[in-house]
Design a protein around this ligand. Sequence first.
Ligand SMILES: *Cc1c(COP(=O)(O)O)cnc(C)c1O
Length: 421
Amino acid sequence: MTLSPVWHPFTQHALEPAMKRIVRTEGAHLYDEQGHAILDAISSWWVITHGHRHPLIMAAIRNACETYDQIIFAEYTHEPAEELARGLVAITPPGLNHVFYSDSGSTCVEVALKMALGFFHNAGSPRSRIVVMEHGYHGDTIGTMSAGERGVFNAAYEPILFGVDRLPFPISGQEQDTLDAFETLCRGGQVAALLIEPLVLGAGGMRMYPASLLSELKAIATRYGGLMIADEVMTGWGRTGTLFACEQADITPDILCISKGLTGGALPLAATLCSAEIFDAHLSTDRSRTFFHSSSYTANPIACAAALANLEVWKREPVAIRIRSLEAMHRTRLERFRVDPRFSNVRQTGTIIALDVNVPASGYLSDAGPKLRSFFRARNLLIRPLGNVIYLMTPYCVTADDLDRTYNAIDEAADMFAGGR
Ligand SMILES: *Cc1c(COP(=O)(O)O)cnc(C)c1O
């Protein structure tokens, strides 16, 4: 076998098994060269919402290719970006009136951080503290790594990461500690923004907290003139049961970051939405107040067309009903693990479920993760536990049979550590 020149993400090539080559995708499945159907139980890293190769989205991409490729997005605009921006303003929490495009979750968060600092800079009262939640994840660029949880992933880069303030993750029953910590930081006066994943902290271990905490955090930020940046890169597009997680807290963040499911997962695209105050702080005949940010592929028309088709899917198809039924299917299947001593922290928010396998040593680098992963891989289930945390985040088209098979595999997998019941 010839060695591939490809360097894969989050991959230790010295330890991992050979890459499985995927030749086709359809619905909730990936198909390998041998024709095996692999259930994509994590939506190909959380991007595929409705299912792989949704016909409406694929058709929109094909159509857009007849008319567009990349078009410079300064001085020039195009209908897919214009129509998509109007569509996003209409479906996101009220008060988010401006849309800035970029191309990944990391970049839309970088944009948000720059908007927040630019807002205070242009207002003539600079603030530069960013507050985040412990165990947060916002991307792998230097800026978003700075804001995310520190650990083995970013130890090598630590010397060049900037400092942020961290709130303790809310422990059930002790949520007030998190609120008090935020209020104390805000009293210091320098807090520009709270950057937070609403309701579910994804890569940090699928940690869940109640909507009431999110609305109280927003109230504190507002009271002290700080901004809230909601990173809905993962939680957006129905994952938590509502189109956006912020809806459950009944809040409008000052800045909203969306990506992953924006195109239904078909093409890379991201958007940062913001309030009129933030846009207006950059609006001036003084050129130095310009928002100085761009990337070459800003608002790629084909990606925008895919996102427009995604909005159409949400309008035309009973996606909300599908999500509620998926939620219910998870709830009944998860029940058996709630009293199972092999598991702890059995949890669910909307269509996302997670549970910790009780293993001797937990943590991302414990060998529980790779062991579980190869167990599932051998059963044609794409599940990538975060250390000892098993989670499922399937496309919404997954069937009850596929879920049964998945839950049975989780049940069996836990025996690797418990030595049987
Ligand atoms: C995945 C993710 C990101 C980063 O998105 P990329 O497209 O991988 O850069 C940012 N924030 C959250 C909450 C995410 O889950």
